[in-house]
Design a protein around this ligand. Structure first.
Ligand code: HAM
Length: 438
């Protein structure tokens, strides 16, 4: 029996991986423009981090985490419950606290790129191992971490990123989920409204109504939606400070030309959110149309035992981002097929061919190298199949004269090129993919 990739996981194969690399490279460039730096946190963490950070009653923590008991291997160690990270914000905040990053000047603007794990039902655009490109802005209030300018800047950066990729047909949906001071009154109103209807709702909602009524909005059961539609909205319970914050975010967005819609049912599925919450949806993606999501989490640091350190961030679902790009036929820009095929011709030619390949690669040419056992016809066929148009023939007379026959497979022409001119002759400038266009 052959072994297959586990349900909900997949292999990313070339040439698609080129697209992934390009997405990540461009994201890094945009992050640099906004002075973000990279952080890499472990892929597994203490389970408590997510229980306390993401929230005990969220779907992510109750149903979707990959958790196991890690047994002690030495007397000096303790056994521990560990979890594959379902998201990266909690890990970044743990690192912020653990390394006292508040001691560093200004705000911590950190980005990450990597796999996350959730045991969800696999579907188009929904995986059990998926990838996120995310960023977080965290710091003491004295550094401006609470300012609505941060929320608006993060959103404007995301629009820049989407534009760079030519992703169209996106919608930015925003809401304010209020701060802890506006929550108790809202929770009470929700609980009251739910008390008359909850026995007609799904079992998850019955649990949520008791443990954390806000989570009722995460319900996907179609029969529950008309009931959820009638529940009070957070927008009616925002305090003055939260309302002002939300208005100022909107003012800056308007001034910087970032279009948005407000949806006061958007609460997001993770407990740490406060005030601004947002999602970008994208038209080509179908049911899983949230291409990225994020928001403010002003109390997360304290919930994890840290000092006051408000923050805001987001995570792009990279799998969905790549799907949206492919749907927009942006793919052509991301090809990086080899530019030259070196065909060693006859016994003893592997050595000079290897040296020539080394030289051309050092000059920035993407090279594929054949073998001296191939006949010329086979070399041409192989190059053609790989999408390479220039074949450099390395035979005895070429080596002796230091002039190489270069065959152009597109027009069938062949010419002799001096060794020192070879790199320029076979190099085809390609958008964004090589030395010619960085
Ligand atoms: P999230 O909304 O849970 O937020 O995930 C962000 C994005 O990850 C989603 O919009 C979606 O594109 C992608 N995603 C989530 N689950 C899956 C899945 N199973 N398969 C494929 N893609 C998926 C967070 O994770 C927060 N940590 C974001 C954040 C950062 N908030 C503040 N800072």
């Amino acid at each position: 029996m052959t072994i297959k990739a586990v349900r909900g996981t997949r292999d990313l194969l070339p040439p698609e991986t080129e697209l992934w690399n390009r997405v990540e490279q461009t994201a890094r460039e945009v992050f640099a423009l906004y002075s973000f730096s990279e952080i890499r946190t472990p892929i597994f963490e203490d389970t408590q981090l997510f229980a306390r950070g993401v929230g005990e009653s969220t779907d992510v923590v109750t149903k979707e985490m990959y958790t196991w008991d890690d047994k002690a291997r030495a007397q000096s160690e303790k056994g521990q419950s560990l979890t594959l990270r379902p998201e990266n914000t909690a890990g970044v905040m743990r690192a912020y606290i653990e390394h006292k990053l508040w001691d560093r000047p200004g705000l911590q603007k950190l980005y990450y790129i990597g796999p996350q794990f959730r045991r969800e039902r696999p579907a188009k655009g929904r995986f059990r191992q998926f990838y996120q490109i995310g960023a977080e802005v965290i710091g003491p209030p004295s550094a401006g971490s609470e300012s609505p300018a941060r929320d608006a800047e993060v959103l404007e950066m995301l629009v820049t990123l989407l534009k760079r990729f030519g992703i169209k047909d996106w919608t930015l949906v925003i809401n304010s989920v209020g701060s802890p001071s506006s929550r108790p009154a809202y929770n009470e109103a929700l609980q009251k409204a739910l008390s008359g209807v909850v026995d007609r709702m799904c079992s998850d909602c019955q649990r949520r109504a008791v443990t954390n009524p806000l989570r009722v909005f995460d319900c996907k059961v179609p029969e529950d939606q008309p009931i959820i539609e009638t529940l009070p909205r957070i927008s009616g319970f925002l305090n003055e400070v939260d309302r002002k914050h939300f208005e100022e975010v909107q003012n800056i967005l308007r001034a910087t030309g970032v279009p948005f819609v407000i949806n006061d049912r958007l609460v997001r599925g993770l407990d740490y959110y406060t005030r601004t919450a947002f999602e970008f949806t994208q038209g080509s993606l179908g049911a899983q149309n949230a291409i990225l999501g994020g928001g403010r989490y002003d109390g997360l640091s304290e919930a994890l035992g840290g000092p006051r350190a408000p923050g805001i961030g987001f995570a792009i679902g990279e799998d969905r981002f790549v799907m949206a790009l492919a749907a927009g036929q942006e793919r052509a820009n991301f090809d990086s097929a080899p530019q030259a095929y070196i065909a060693p011709l006859g016994e003893g030619m592997n050595v000079p061919a290897a040296k020539l390949a080394q030289e051309l690669r050092a000059a920035g040419v993407r090279v594929e190298l054949g073998d001296e056992s191939f006949r010329l016809k086979k070399s041409f066929e192989t190059a053609e199949k790989l999408g390479i148009t220039k074949v450099v023939i390395v035979g005895e007379s070429e080596v002796a004269s230091d002039q190489f026959a270069v065959k152009d497979l597109q027009n069938g022409e062949q010419e002799k090129v001096e060794r020192r001119r070879l790199a320029d002759r076979v190099h085809i400038p390609q958008q964004g993919a090589d030395r010619g266009a960085s």
